[in-house]
Design a protein around this ligand. Structure first.
Ligand code: ATP
Ligand code: MG
Length: 139
């Protein structure tokens, strides 16, 4: 069993697709082990995206991520990191496969509706950034 961190970004919340995104996870057999809605501060967004701090889009990305509430979830299941990335689609929605969340709802490369951890190490860091052990359901 594997875990990953999923975020419905401010644009996804604003577009009223929280339910649609969660429905896709549940339909794929993915379990939600933790969930909350929060609004990040700039410092919190910078900490979360620290791996991107040298990238030209870091300032814009962290402004965007603080621009409204987000829904943060721990997803659980077999091979869930890769499964979630597949449901999300490519970073750039124009390159995303048909039927993916980003293809269906993203409007630009930055405002791309969802985040998903990309490896076991980043998943562990990202889950710990938002949730403590007591907040994650055990099965
Ligand atoms: P995420 O980490 O959010 O799941 P990702 O792994 O597909 O997305 P990353 O390369 O980690 O993509 O980039 C993190 C986020 O930074 C992207 O999801 C997007 O919101 C933003 N981003 C990435 N590349 C660009 C770019 N060239 N211009 C503007 N924003 C970008
Ligand atoms: Mg990433």
């Amino acid at each position: 069993m594997e875990r990953t961190l999923s975020i419905i970004k401010p644009d996804g919340v604003a577009k009223n697709v929280i339910g649609e995104v969660i429905k896709r996870f549940e339909t794929a057999g993915i379990k939600i082990a933790a969930m909350k809605m929060i609004q990040l501060t700039k410092v919190q967004a910078q900490g979360f995206y620290a791996v991107h701090k040298e990238r030209p889009f870091f300032g814009s990305l962290t402004d965007f991520m603080t621009s409204g509430p987000i829904v943060v979830m721990v997803l659980e299941g077999e091979d869930v990191i890769a499964k979630n990335r597949k449901l999300m689609g490519a970073t750039n929605f124009e390159e995303a496969e048909e039927g993916t969340i980003r293809k269906d709802y993203a409007t630009d490369i930055e405002k791309n509706v969802v985040h998903g951890s990309d490896a076991p190490e980043t998943a562990a860091f990202e889950i710990g950034y938002f949730f403590n052990d007591l907040e994650i359901q055990k099965r």
